[in-house]
Write a protein that binds this ligand. Structure first.
Ligand SMILES: Cc1cc2nc3c(=O)[nH]c(=O)nc-3n(C[C@H](O)[C@H](O)[C@H](O)COP(=O)(O)OP(=O)(O)OC[C@H]3O[C@@H](n4cnc5c(N)ncnc54)[C@H](O)[C@@H]3O)c2cc1C
Length: 410
């Protein structure tokens, strides 16, 4: 009989507890909040994008990406799909992204909680774990409600992203005191702040765009999709997916620029193409101003921002623009360079770059290589995924592996 304690009742902790529970094991979840799965509720804009049909290492960042392969095996992926089916979740799949059919994140959180309750797993709420010591073969967890003993401990405290949900980075300290190290940390899946004083002009616009990340002028990555233009810079899924590289580069003092193509849907690759295209449009829609020429293609606010930045009055007609003005407009609409000065903070980040190095755990079982019977799962590890359900997928997969291994009695 093992006494297994899970620190943190988030995505990875809940699934770890379910897999750890057998008739021979006592399993307890210690959660600092009054409820479990607080972060699950805010995922996917309240709809919880809990999985993706195409999970490969290409969707993740880690200093030891090879190790992630042990966690995202085909067998493990099938098992997680079966698990969600068995706890009553029927997926709705859109472009490979999995959501519960109900379209409510609450369904996922509640289905997990019901399973935890059905298995008679004890949840202790309002219980903050302050420190963990190992004495003889036992763990002593110093908590806000006194000392709790355990034979095995699974750390599932999350990262530093969105601290109001309970994951504020304190878990790193728990593990540091047990001998683990920590890589460099930075907020990821986060908004980017640009350099400029015109952002009020484009605030609130959503536009189709192609984003190219340039580091010291060198192309690093490309994203196509919807971009949100804000009063500080840019946001939205494409932006989030570039944020890991931007944050890392900025930490190293590199110049980070996002080049925005606001017309990715037009087959225009040069200034000549652009001028030819709008010459033809101009003939077709005769007697219109430059603003009117662009109005069927772009949002008004965006047109006016770009005309302002190109120093062209919106009432002028295309024919009256000089070749230089047309080329400048092309550059602003197709190759708009936004210098990024910083990312937004952990307060709004959806995930965290870096964490406990994967080389310090056995990635087939999630057991620490430094401390026997200690397991580490979820976002506290040095793994972060792009948008699309990959972070929760990692939480489920790592939690399942740890729970299974911890459930074994020697
Ligand atoms: C706004 C937002 C939207 C997101 N959307 C998606 C999405 O759609 N798809 C996706 O895949 N991912 C999404 N993510 C990321 C995803 O939610 C996380 O990767 C995932 O929840 C991490 O799970 P975890 O178990 O590691 O940590 P968490 O879910 O953060 O859980 C950690 C738990 O530990 C508790 N805890 C912390 N320290 C202690 C302590 N010392 N003692 C006791 N308890 C403690 C916390 O209160 C918390 O309940 C989103 C994140 C955010 C912020």
């Amino acid at each position: 009989m093992s006494n297994i304690v899970i620190v943190g009742g988030g995505a990875s902790g809940l699934i770890a507890a379910i897999y750890a529970k057998t008739s021979n094991n006592k399993v307890t979840i210690l959660e600092r909040n009054k409820e479990v799965g607080k972060k699950i509720l805010v995922t996917g804009n309240g709809r919880c994008n809990y999985w993706n049909e195409n999970i490969t290492t290409k969707n993740y960042h880690s200093n030891n990406l090879e190790e992630v392969k042990n966690i995202i095996t085909d067998k493990n992926k099938v098992e997680i799909m079966d698990f969600f089916n068995k706890i009553g979740i029927i997926p709705k799949v859109k472009d490979g992204y999995y959501y519960p059919r109900s379209n409510q994140a609450t369904s996922i959180r509640n289905a997990l909680k019901t399973e935890v309750n059905n298995l008679a797993i004890d949840i202790q709420y309002d219980t903050f774990v302050k420190d963990i010591k190992k004495q003889n073969n036992q763990f002593l967890l110093e908590t806000s409600k006194g000392v709790i003993k355990a034979d095995k401990v699974i750390i599932a405290t999350g990262s530093k992203a969105m601290p109001k949900t309970g994951s504020d980075g304190n878990g790193y300290l728990l593990l540091k005191n047990l001998g683990h190290s920590l890589t460099e940390l930075f907020p990821v899946l986060v908004q980017l702040e640009g350099k400029g004083n015109f952002f009020k002009l484009w605030e609130g616009v959503r536009s189709e765009a192609k984003l190219t990340l340039l580091e010291q002028g060198k192309k690093l990555a490309t994203e196509i999709g919807e971009i949100q233009l804000t009063n500080y810079g840019i946001s939205g899924i494409c932006t989030f997916n570039l944020s890991h590289l931007v944050a890392k580069g900025l930490k190293r003092g590199k110049q980070e620029e996002v080049m925005i193509d606001f017309l990715p849907f037009l087959n225009i690759n040069t200034a000549e193409d652009f001028i030819t295209y709008f010459d033809q449009r101009n003939k077709l829609v005769a007697n219109r101003s430059i603003e009117q020429l662009l109005e069927g293609i772009l949002n008004y606010k965006l047109i006016n921002t770009m005309l302002y930045l190109t120093n062209i009055s919106k009432d002028r007609s295309w024919n009256k623009l000089t070749a230089l003005e047309k080329t400048n407009l092309y550059n602003n609409l197709k190759n708009f360079k936004l210098e990024i000065i910083k990312t937004k903070s952990y307060d709004t980040a959806q995930s965290c770059g870096g964490g406990i190095p994967l080389l310090e755990i056995n990635t087939k079982t999630m057991q620490s290589k430094l401390v026997d019977n200690l397991y580490i799962v979820g976002e506290i590890l040095d793994v972060d995924g792009v948008c699309g359900g990959y972070n929760l997928a990692f939480a489920w997969l790592s939690g399942m592996l740890a729970g299974k291994d911890a459930s074994k009695n020697d």
